[in-house]
Design a binder for this molecule. Structure first.
Ligand code: BJW
Length: 252
């Protein structure tokens, strides 16, 4: 199915819309997804060597450098029509966005994000006491600079409170998701009259299970993704289009 009348009717009549977004919603901005064959980050880099607490312990300078470059890359791109459509949608319905994405493209399109389930590339904090990095420490990272295609390992700065390392503010494999964000997302799904699952492979738990709450309550769930996913079998409706095409049509 591409985008049929039943989905358009749901989109027009919904008063409360809960969105679960994943990397695909930012793909049309030029942010790589994780699992797309050949171009996904995990096709080119090892998640075990970069996105786990063990990797951070083993080689913090390599991990830190990789995340600084990722933050620079995101700074250099713009929200796409899918992000913008969700902002427009909020003019006629209560829209909540729970995202697995660590970018800030929903916010830069003008949408507040209810839950950053996997943290943020821009929330650097102390690994020990949790104190956020100071602004001058962030300024030294030169996040507005172009991406370095061959970055050197880079020592993370030290916390001004306790001298421990500043770490990326993302959720690595094996780490717990922020409880308040997860609960807020769960409540938003349960209280919605339409749930959109946009641009996620539905592989990574526990975020992937969030729409099941809505399904159990009889809330209609629409998947927007050009490819079938782990979640497709559960979705009430599947829209096989890129989100940058589907969402503007749903809000028109
Ligand atoms: C388009 C498009 C377009 C393309 N338009 N669409 C139960 C069973 C099995 C395993 C587990 C389980 N519970 C937990 C686990 C382990 C693990 C897990 O799920 N592993 C799986 C790989 C099997 N989960 C965890 O470790 C989580 N922690 C946890 O459970 O802790 C328990 C605990 C409790 C208490 C104490 C301690 C621990 C943490 C998961 C953290 C995930 N982190 C990452 C990296 C973040 C940092 C970084 O960016 O570097 O988050 S991994 C990566 O995957 C990232 C993403 O947010 C996440 C999801 O990816 P997403 O968004 O779905 O992207 P893709 O690439 O997979 O899919 C993109 C989709 O877009 C595709 O479908 C395309 O078709 C589509 N697309 N273009 C629309 N234009």
């Amino acid at each position: 199915m591409t985008l049929d009348d039943r989905v358009l009717d749901l989109a027009r009549s919904a008063r409360t819309v809960a969105v679960l977004s994943g990397a695909g919603v930012s793909a049309e901005s030029g942010v790589p997804t994780f699992r797309t064959p050949e171009t996904g980050l995990w096709a080119r880099y090892s998640p075990q060597e970069l996105a786990t607490p063990e990797a951070w312990e083993a080689d913090p300078e390599v991990v830190w450098s990789w995340y600084v470059q990722r933050a620079r890359m995101v700074r250099g791109v713009q929200p796409n029509p899918g992000h913008v459509a969700l902002t427009t949608w909020a003019q006629r319905a209560a829209v909540t966005i729970s995202t697995q994405n660590v970018d800030d493209l929903h916010e830069r399109a003008g949408s507040p994000v209810l839950a950053h389930l996997h943290g943020s590339l821009f929330d650097f904090r102390c690994e020990h006491c949790g104190r956020p990095a100071d602004q001058w420490q962030i300024a030294q990272l030169r996040l507005d600079a172009p991406v370095d295609p061959d970055p050197q390992p880079l020592a993370p700065p030290e916390c001004l409170e306790c001298d421990s390392r500043i770490r990326p503010g993302v959720v690595w494999f094996g780490e717990a998701l922020p409880m308040d964000a997860f609960q807020a997302a769960e409540e938003a799904m349960a209280g919605a009259d339409l749930v959109l699952v946009v641009g996620t492979s539905g592989i990574v738990q526990p975020a992937a299970s969030l729409p099941l709450t809505a399904l159990g309550l009889g809330v209609p769930v629409v998947e927007i993704n050009p490819e079938p996913t782990e979640f497709s079998a559960y979705a009430d409706y599947e829209v096989r289009l890129p989100s940058g095409q589907a969402l503007p049509r749903m809000v028109a």
